[in-house]
Design a protein around this ligand. Structure first.
Ligand code: 4AD
Ligand code: MG
Length: 457
């Protein structure tokens, strides 16, 4: 296999002959020298290629931004600032042109390559998802995303967790929140599965079943929510990581979540240094420093009641929504808690039972549940989890109270009928994690093809 640009740039330049493949980012024409910046997405940096247009066969005419090329040349130490090596071109082939102006062809008009030299807005790029991966920002995001996916598996595998593939099509609403997409077959009559079916909103219920068999499991897969909240942190299709641990309670769950987030932060600090420096400079000034400090200090832990107390202290506001015990925290409240109060991630526990899901274990006070949400600066909630209600009677009465039909949850209740054990778990939204670690403000810019209400590019 030919070398990637990241490998070439790591070599010491000794006039060795090499072939580079990639896409032209920019071309600068001087009197008797042409400079091409070629990028292959393997790293943020491009390789500078210099060619002498007078040399036989090296016509620079077709070398527009966006064209794909195969270039052979000698790797030489570079006289330019900020780069170690450059390629002195001896042979060049354009594999695919990218016209700089609209062009008529037998197949119709080919529009000018939309990503020209200037900086494009992220909104503009969102409408061109098939090309935006070729920009510095989206390229860096997708490299970080890939590295983090690997880090997620490494973290859980090293701690004895088994990777569990939970179903994408399910028959029940794991969150009891009703934000479900229905699954039907095109043109078919009746229900394909003989009963109503949906896209999963969470793999938790199935993960609980396997935690009660394998002790420690985690899921990492696509998740779907028909939420109409058109915010910068909600998608209709996102990826979630859900560990579930048997013989564990709320404290073990909190420790696991904190260790896991720190592991992810350290991965980006260590393995994605160049991309992170780019985000720090262009997207979110101060990003690396705030991540480093989050990785080094213990997360602040407080109860929901204490948090509401902080929010109601004189001088805490002003808030658009008054903080009130019993109500869901608004994102302005989460922002205050993480940015002003704790200046770092916060783990909140003991939420009012009324605002949390049916499966959470009740605290002895009867009013709050053993929930744990992890909030981070800039974003708010990034993890939601809890200790689970493992007693059959308590779970059934909680479901009845919420008007949930226990019939549909027979398999889930069986786990409480046969060999029930205390257990706990949480869900981390993978895109929110990437937002936190890259500073990207809109969740649509951290997934290759974003899906949200009214948008399917
Ligand atoms: O808090 P949530 O709804 O919790 C659950 O789904 C539990 N079953 C998890 C568990 O205990 N196993 O969702 C968990 C996380 C949220 O904290 C958020 O990061 C992310 O999933 N999330 C979304 N991310 C993007 N778009 C959406 N629409 C999201 N909804 C939730
Ligand atoms: Mg939640």
């Amino acid at each position: 296999m030919f070398p990637l640009i990241r490998e070439i740039l790591a070599m010491a330049p000794r006039s060795q002959e090499l072939t580079v493949r990639g896409w032209i980012r920019t071309k600068r024409e001087m009197k008797n020298l042409v400079f091409l910046e070629v990028n292959d997405g393997s790293c943020l940096a491009s390789i500078q290629c210099t060619l002498d247009p007078a040399a036989g066969g090296l016509s620079p005419a077709k070398l527009g931004t966006g064209a794909s090329v195969e270039i052979t040349g000698k790797l030489l130490p570079s006289p330019a600032r900020g780069q170690e090596a450059e390629l002195a071109v001896s042979a060049l082939t354009v594999l695919g042109e990218a016209p700089g102006e609209d062009r008529e062809t037998a197949e119709g008009t080919i529009r000018a390559y939309p990503l020209q030299k200037k900086r494009h807005s992220l909104e503009f790029l969102r409408e061109t998802p098939q090309l935006r991966g070729r920009t510095n920002t989206l390229g860096a995001v997708m490299r970080v995303r890939s590295r983090l996916a690997f880090a997620v598996h490494r973290f859980f595998q090293e701690r004895g967790y088994q990777y569990l593939h939970t179903p994408i099509i399910t028959g029940n609403d794991a969150e009891g929140a009703g934000a479900l997409f229905r699954v039907t077959s095109q043109g078919g009559e009746g229900e394909f599965f003989g009963r109503k079916s949906f896209l999963t909103v969470s793999g938790q219920l199935e993960a609980e079943a396997y935690a009660a068999a394998l002790s420690r499991v985690y899921t990492f897969g696509p998740t779907f929510r028909a939420e109409h909240s058109n915010t910068a942190r909600h998608l209709a299709e996102f990826w979630m990581i859900e560990p579930e641990t048997a013989f564990a309670g709320l404290n073990e769950n909190m420790d696991l979540a904190e260790d896991f987030l720190k592991h992810c932060i350290n991965t980006v600090l260590e393995d994605c240094a160049a991309d992170l420096a780019f985000f720090d400079e262009r997207i979110q000034p101060g990003l690396s420093g705030s991540l480093r400090s989050a990785a080094e200090s213990p997360f602040t832990r407080m109860t929901y009641t204490e948090a509401v107390g902080e929010l109601r202290k004189p001088g805490a506001g002003p808030f658009e929504f008054e903080p009130r015990w019993g109500a869901d925290l608004q994102s302005e409240h989460e922002k205050f808690l993480t940015e002003k109060c704790a200046a770092g991630p916060v783990i909140l526990t003991a939420y009012p039972r009324e605002i949390k899901a049916f499966y959470m274990k009740l605290n002895p006070d009867g009013k709050t549940v053993r929930a744990m949400d992890v909030l981070v600066p800039r974003l708010g909630e990034i993890i939601g989890g809890s200790e689970r209600e493992e007693k059959l009677g308590a779970l059934c009465s909680r479901m009845k109270e919420l008007g949930i039909d226990t019939e549909g949850y027979g398999q889930y209740l069986d786990l409480r009928r046969y060999g029930t054990v205390p257990h706990a778990g949480f869900g981390l939204g993978f895109e929110r994690l990437i937002q936190y670690l890259t500073g990207m403000t809109n969740i649509r810019d951290v997934i290759p093809y974003p899906r949200s209400a009214g948008q399917l590019f």
